[in-house]
Ligand binder design. Structure first.
Ligand code: C5J
Length: 221
């Protein structure tokens, strides 16, 4: 059954049974003080705006029994999957792998690497641990989506212009229709958030469609 979702540059029809919601990197390391985001000099409070809309979106998606997938950016404790070019940036005392108040920064298994309590995955929802910015690179996301018969994605999370954008670009090239709910994404740079969304929907929707949680929820209801 096709559900029409109000979006830009135009409305898009999806089959909820063949649509997955992907929540990108809503981790303590990005949203809470003392983690990776703050170590890079960012005001992490700016990302909090996306939490309530994502929570509402997940409520509607779960009610519809849609596939919900979560991602976490991070690395192995021995850093063997972390490119030197990524690690060797910034002050060594706050780099990836350095010790912080939530454990080692951006390292799997540490408190900071985990998803914030408000959006914690439900049992059975796949969690994809990704070493890069895109959720398809060096992960089994593509095979999960293929095996589940997924055609369309609702991609949200943080940050709009980095991991959300990279994932949408990767997904678009793999043939998935991507809808990005604007209020369910956030950035440390509000202007990058705005521009990132504009880039997705420009040129007739070059990477996908931009909508918001209320429009998606009313279409699913
Ligand atoms: C960043 C992300 N910004 N999840 N990661 O490094 O967007």
């Amino acid at each position: 059954m096709v559900t029409m979702i109000e979006a830009e540059p135009e409305a898009i029809g999806i089959n909820p049974e063949r649509t997955a919601v992907i929540v990108i990197d809503m981790q303590r390391d990005f949203l809470e003080p003392g983690g990776f985001g703050e170590s890079l000099g960012n005001d992490v409070s700016l990302l909090g705006a996306a939490v309530a809309p994502i929570k509402a979106l997940l409520g509607g998606a779960r009610e519809k029994r849609m596939l919900v997938i979560h991602t976490r950016e991070g690395h192995r404790p021995d850093l063997t999957d972390a490119p030197k070019a990524k690690v060797e940036r910034g002050d060594p005392s706050t780099r990836i792998g350095a010790s912080g108040p939530m454990g080692r920064i951006l390292i799997r298994g540490e408190a900071g690497h985990d998803i914030i309590p408000d959006l914690y995955p439900l049992a059975g929802e796949p969690v994809i641990d990704k070493p890069g910015k895109g959720a398809f690179y060096a992960t089994d996301l593509y095979s999960i989506l293929l095996h589940k018969g997924i055609e369309s994605l609702i991609v949200c999370g943080v940050t709009t212009e980095v991991c959300v954008h990279t994932t949408v670009r990767e997904a678009n090239d793999r043939g998935f229709r991507c809808i990005v709910p604007a209020d369910c994404c956030a950035s440390y740079f509000p202007e990058f958030h705005e521009m990132g969304l504009r880039m997705i929907k420009a040129q007739g929707g070059i990477f996908g469609w931009v909508s918001d949680s209320k429009k998606i929820l009313s279409a699913l209801a």
